[in-house]
Design a binder for this molecule. Structure first.
Ligand SMILES: [Zn+2]
Length: 114
């Protein structure tokens, strides 16, 4: 089965929808998965509790993938607090290895820009 992801190729994305490409996002939608999909959509926070990993595309709109590990055995991982599908990550996420150098907190699915 081939699954189409409308935001996979931003250059070809001419659709009108709720997500404005290139604008900073303020909220992420939690998607619980067993395995992180190869292609992620903007505005979604993929969480695999099985593998202790979370992936989202940088909410600045640059399209870079940000990976957060939250398993307790990873000493430099994040703390994830979960309440249903509302999640909080601590400490902050700093995409300093990316050109945009975005820095933000994920608090109850909201992006708090630093
Ligand atoms: Zn970015």
């Amino acid at each position: 089965m081939v699954t189409q992801f409308p935001h996979d190729n931003k250059a070809n994305d001419t659709m009108q929808n709720n997500v404005t490409i290139g604008d900073k996002m303020e909220k992420l939608e939690t998607i619980f998965v067993d395995e992180i999909p190869e292609k992620c959509e903007e505005g979604k926070l993929y969480i695999s509790e099985k593998f202790g990993i979370s992936i989202h595309l940088c909410p600045c709109g640059c399209g870079h993938k940000s990976v957060l590990n939250f398993k307790p055995e990873w000493s430099n991982g994040w703390d994830m607090t979960k309440n249903g599908d509302i999640v909080t990550f601590r400490p902050s996420v700093g995409n300093f290895g990316m050109p945009c150098k975005s820095h933000y907190f994920i608090t109850e699915n909201r992006i708090e820009w630093c």
